[in-house]
Design a protein around this ligand. Structure first.
Ligand SMILES: Cc1ncc(COP(=O)(O)O)c(C=O)c1O
Length: 462
């Protein structure tokens, strides 16, 4: 740490935090007797807490966000320069960074043309949901309005997004939810037996389950299908072979708009600009947030095809016949200014290539670790987005107890390495360790993360 804050200042910060801050996803009772962790500073892959303790961050800011690492002065400068020139104007007008970033972003997304700015992943998904609903009203008398979502996927924290939430522990106690959202089965091959799926061609079988839901609901009632390309908090689920191809065919067959939620995978996390680009599908909507500006400013986007955009154009005299939506902070210029510089860094530093190389290395090493640790039942992931599912028995695939999984995370934390685990997600299946180091990770960083995990597994499980 650079010593800008004295111990005295930091005690005041901790006291203020304990008195007034309501932390996300946290039970606060323990803070009556302990202090919450305050992260004070970051540089590259590392962060420092209020005690000056250094941590190697294997989860990019906790939630797959700081893709280019901490302490990027060029992003800070781009934001500063833009804020002095113009900090804000409502998104009904354009801005210089908004226009330039949209052009840059679209150059990475063949087939898509329009960027709708907003300020969180949840909100970006809400925009897509609203577009689908409005299209249903404009073209199909309101009938083709249902939105399909998948078990184990997560799309955000608002009531609308939780209505499309496939993680029951996230949803519990927040209902009733919105109508017109319909669940389809997950596609986690490791758990195929629980679904009664055949051993062969699991990917096609899992996609066919979506078709079965469409047929049950009536294809003329289904407007869109919303999926994560690789499921994140629901267990780092890489799609099985053949899945996406079939999904694309099904959407075309029933004229269903395909909405891909790239809030986690977007902007490099899996080694391509977007996760869906591994699988050759053609989405109508792509939503993104976390890695767009690596957390240097709040920005999220709902990107659409020209086909979708055109559905909202009209010469009609009806004053309601356009996308009547606004996001106040979607007009902040800091977001696109930071995002432009973030993309430049990813390109100039070859971070997609690094992500693929380091991701493959980490995946191989985690698989090798399975020889030493019977507790690891499955390892999966794409690029620097990896998970290790822990099971107490490999034959029955019984999930390891959540408390023990938490103990592994805590052991790593004590060693100065921050890893993640699925939590408050799928009941009984909060048993996957999650890794998402920044795209700048070196082989040494990966080795240090793996060494901490190896030690923690030995201490917790023997
Ligand atoms: C796949 C996915 N979609 C949407 C969201 C919601 O994004 P936000 O927290 O920015 O609203 C998240 C957040 O973790 C996510 O993982």
């Amino acid at each position: 740490m650079d010593g800008t804050f004295s111990d005295n200042d930091l005690s005041r910060v901790v006291a203020a935090d304990k008195a007034h801050v309501w932390h996300h996803l946290s039970q606060h009772k323990p803070y009556e007797t302990t202090d919450p962790r305050i992260i004070v500073e970051g540089k590259g892959m590392k962060v420092w807490d209020q005690h000056g303790k250094e941590h190697l961050d294997a989860v990019s800011g906790g939630v797959w966000t700081v893709n280019v690492g901490y302490g990027r002065e060029s992003i800070a400068n781009a934001v500063r320069d833009q804020l002095i020139k113009l900090n804000y104007f409502a998104g009904s007008a354009g801005s210089i960074p908004g226009a330039l970033f949209s052009e840059k972003l679209i150059s990475k997304m063949p087939g898509l043309t329009r960027v709708y700015y907003t300020n969180s992943g949840s909100e970006a998904n809400e925009k897509a949901f609203k577009m689908v609903r409005q299209i249903a009203h404009k073209r199909y008398g309101g009938k083709k309005h249902k939105i399909l979502y998948r078990e184990r996927d997560y799309h955000g924290t608002t009531i609308g997004c939780l209505s499309a939430g496939g993680q029951d522990e996230r949803n519990a106690q927040y209902g009733p939810f919105a109508d017109g959202f319909v669940r389809v089965p997950h596609c986690l091959e490791y758990r195929a037996a629980d679904q009664g799926a055949p051993v062969e061609n699991y990917g096609e079988w899992a996609a066919d389950q979506i078709e079965a839901v469409i047929l049950r609901e009536g294809p003329d009632t289904v407007g869109a299908l919303c999926l994560e390309p690789v499921t994140a908090g629901g267990g780092v689920i890489t799609p099985p072979a053949g899945y996406w191809q079939r999904v694309g065919e099904i959407c075309k067959k029933y004229d269903i708009l395909l909405h891909i939620d790239e809030v986690v995978c977007g902007v490099g996390r899996t080694g391509t600009w977007f996760g869906y680009q591994h699988y050759g599908v053609e989405p109508d909507f792509v939503t993104m947030a976390k890695g767009v500006a690596s957390g240097y400013a709040a920005i999220a986007c709902c990107v659409t095809s020209e086909r979708v955009f055109d559905m909202f154009k009209s010469d009609a005299t009806d004053p309601l016949d356009y996308f009547r939506d606004i996001s106040t902070f979607g007009g902040c210029t800091a977001g696109p200014a930071a995002a432009l510089e973030n993309l430049r860094i990813i390109e100039d530093e070859g971070l997609l290539e690094n992500t693929t190389k380091m991701g493959d290395y980490m995946l191989d090493q985690l698989r090798a670790m399975m020889d030493r640790h019977e507790i690891i039942g499955d390892v999966r992931g794409k690029g620097l987005f990896l998970g290790a599912e822990l099971v107490s028995d490999r034959d029955s695939r019984t999930p390891a107890a959540e408390k023990m999984v938490g103990a592994v995370v805590a052991d790593c934390m004590a060693q100065g390495v921050i890893i993640g685990a699925t939590n408050r997600s799928v009941p009984g299946y909060n048993n996957t360790l999650c890794f998402s180091p920044a795209l700048i990770a070196t082989k040494d960083d990966i080795d240090n993360i793996l060494a901490a995990v190896d030690g923690a597994l030995t201490r917790v499980f023997g």
